[in-house]
Design a protein around this ligand. Structure first.
Ligand code: ADP
Ligand code: MG
Length: 569
């Protein structure tokens, strides 16, 4: 080759490679899935770019992936005629990890490969998984539309560095050549490769082909002849876009593998919903709930959103407009029949069709969660533990679905005095005391302080359940949640606590008598505190503590004040 340059891998890539080779060993065949997945993405990208400039097809519009083996050389090659890469693309895509926050992510790895492989899974493995089975990988690629002389060859042994050279590559696209390790020769077997493709890549929408050797003419025992078959490329996958197929003909495994392809996740999804909508707006949605929260769930700048297709043509990744922020963990795609093929992010931003799709998709996800909560409480609990705090942003963001979202919330409460958030508002209402009209809660900076709040004393005494809120987001949630199922929410730390019908006549009399006995105390305390307080009152809420600070009924709770102070206001 011409001049060769050597580059070092980004530190994170080195760590990833090390970790992957050790921890994914038991599932090494997924390297093929990842390479085919990349080839399919490259085909999608080419198709999209060719909408504006169809000369990019270079008279070869039959997009496909070809897998071939060379037994002598001990190599497996995955070749596509997709978008290809230029020199800069190669250096950044196959030398660094493009996602922000990866440094942080890697610093959290424990070094215990069983645990870390879980983490690595949700992070995605991708191209580098080739090094699980190969001790050398060569990539030859040429970007669509570039001259043949601008091909690029990338080579690495998966250790610290890779080399780059310019080559001539007449055919557009990318080929990845894996030089199999000594003990991975099983992947030279045609049948083995075919079965891996049908196991993991059946849903890929372009043909995945393997070469079928020529079959000579044969003569049966009765002299009947079967004609010779010349060698040819033959498709090994179904090669139709999965979401366009009928639900009843798609297996769970296919849905799961498709999830891994589009999400770049390695773990199984928790749940999915596949819907074709006909009528005024026509679209198909396939929406997944992951089983684990991504490491960057709380990084609001991190990309999220659905894959957008228009009439089965891939348009863009991470279209945020189809999901509200509080459902940002949802992965999947929408395929619209109504949007124009040249739709841009700007057009999507303020568009009636986008709104209709967003409403539809939101409803699907909330419906899927409701169903899960009803039919499989354990699974729903697992969902809640991963994503509950994100869902709590819902009532503030999505007024129209407030009641539905509230129904999905789970809380800690005095009912079971556990920090596990398992109590639904319906559970709470079902346990309300005779005459109780209000849903009581206390919020604090942690579950422990909420649980030990002196405000709770009277409630514990009377056996009235109180929701215990100790997450940062809870105060924000409660400032947007005013009622559920016709019942008001009330912070027990705010203003006069009127227990209404829950207080009986007799105790009211006893309280008045008690107040008489210590007449004058209020005045003295008021003088001592001066204008630090608005008012000093008797209370009968406390059973053990002598005094408590409460917020004004119309004002912020003390917890909200703390949050505002922390935010510098
Ligand atoms: P991911 O697919 O999650 O982006 P990968 O590690 O699988 O991560 O691939 C990294 C990047 O390398 C891809 O995003 C893509 O830009 C580029 N790439 C990999 N394989 C190909 C290919 N066959 N054709 C074009 N680009 C590719
Ligand atoms: Mg990939």
């Amino acid at each position: 080759a011409a001049q060769q340059e050597t580059h070092g891998f980004q530190t994170e890539v080195k760590q990833l490679l090390q970790l992957m080779i050790h921890s994914l060993y038991s599932n090494k065949e997924i390297f093929l899935r990842e390479l085919v997945s990349n080839a399919a993405d490259a085909a999608d990208k080419l198709r999209f770019r060719a909408l504006e400039n169809d000369s990019l097809y270079e008279d070869d519009g039959d997009l496909n992936v070809k897998i071939s083996v060379d037994k002598e050389a001990g190599t497996v090659t995955v070749a596509d005629n997709g978008i290809g890469m230029n020199r800069e693309d190669v250096i950044s895509n196959l030398g660094t990890i493009a996602k922000s926050g990866t440094k942080d992510f890697f610093s959290k790895l424990s070094g215990d490969s069983a645990k870390d492989s879980q983490l690595i899974g949700q992070f995605g493995v991708g191209f580098y998984s080739a090094f699980i089975v190969a001790d050398k990988v060569t990539v030859r690629t040429r970007a669509a539309g570039a001259p043949a002389e601008e091909g690029v060859e990338w080579t690495s042994q998966g250790e610290g560095e890779f080399t780059i050279a310019q080559i001539t590559k007449p055919s557009r696209g990318t080929e990845v050549v894996l030089h199999l390790r000594e003990d991975e020769q099983e992947f030279l077997d045609d049948w083995r490769l075919r079965s891996i493709v049908s196991k993991y890549s059946d849903h890929i929408s372009i043909p995945v082909q393997m070469y079928k050797e020529e079959v000579p003419e044969q003569e049966g025992p009765d002299g009947e002849k079967t004609p010779a078959e010349p060698g040819h490329w033959e498709g090994v996958n179904k090669a139709t876009a999965l979401w366009t197929r009928d639900k009843s003909e798609i297996s769970d495994e296919e849905y799961q593998e498709f999830y891994k392809h589009i999400s770049h996740d390695f773990a199984e999804p928790m749940s999915w919903a596949h819907n074709k909508v006909e009528g005024k707006t026509e679209y198909t949605s396939l929406l997944y709930i992951p089983s684990k929260a991504p490491y960057d769930l709380w990084n609001r700048d991190q990309s999220h959103g659905l894959k957008l297709y228009v009439q089965r043509v891939f348009i863009m990744d991470d279209a945020e407009q189809f999901m509200p922020t509080y459902l940002r963990f949802v992965k999947g795609l929408v395929d619209s029949n109504d949007l124009p093929l040249n739709v841009s992010r700007e057009i999507l931003q303020d568009n009636k069709i986008t709104q209709a799709l967003r409403q539809g998709c939101t409803k699907r996800v909330l419906g899927m969660l409701e169903k899960m909560a009803k039919n499989d409480a354990d699974k729903y609990q697992a969902f809640w533990n991963e994503f509950g705090n994100v869902l709590k942003e819902g009532p503030a963001e999505d007024f129209a679905n407030k009641e539905k979202i509230a129904g999905l919330l789970r809380f800690s409460s005095t009912h079971n005095d556990s920090d596990a958030q398992t109590v639904s508002l319906a559970d709470y209402i079902g346990r309300m005391k005779e005459g109780q009209e209000t849903i009581y809660y206390v919020s604090s900076d942690s579950y422990q302080t909420a649980k030990n709040s002196p405000h709770l004393e009277i409630f514990r005494k009377k056996g009235i359940e109180v929701l215990l809120l100790g997450e940062r987001i809870d105060e924000w949630l409660m400032s947007h949640l005013t009622e559920f199922d016709g019942k008001q929410f009330k912070s027990i730390a705010k203003g006069d606590l009127d227990l209404g019908d829950l207080d009986d006549e007799e105790s009211k009399k006893a309280q008045e008598a008690a107040e008489k006995e210590v007449e004058g105390v209020l005045e003295r305390v008021k003088t001592a505190l001066g204008d630090k307080v608005v008012e000093v009152k008797f209370t009968h809420r406390l059973t053990d503590s002598p005094a408590v600070i409460v917020a004004d009924d119309n004002g912020m709770t003390t917890q909200m004040m703390k949050l505002m102070q922390a935010a510098g206001q």
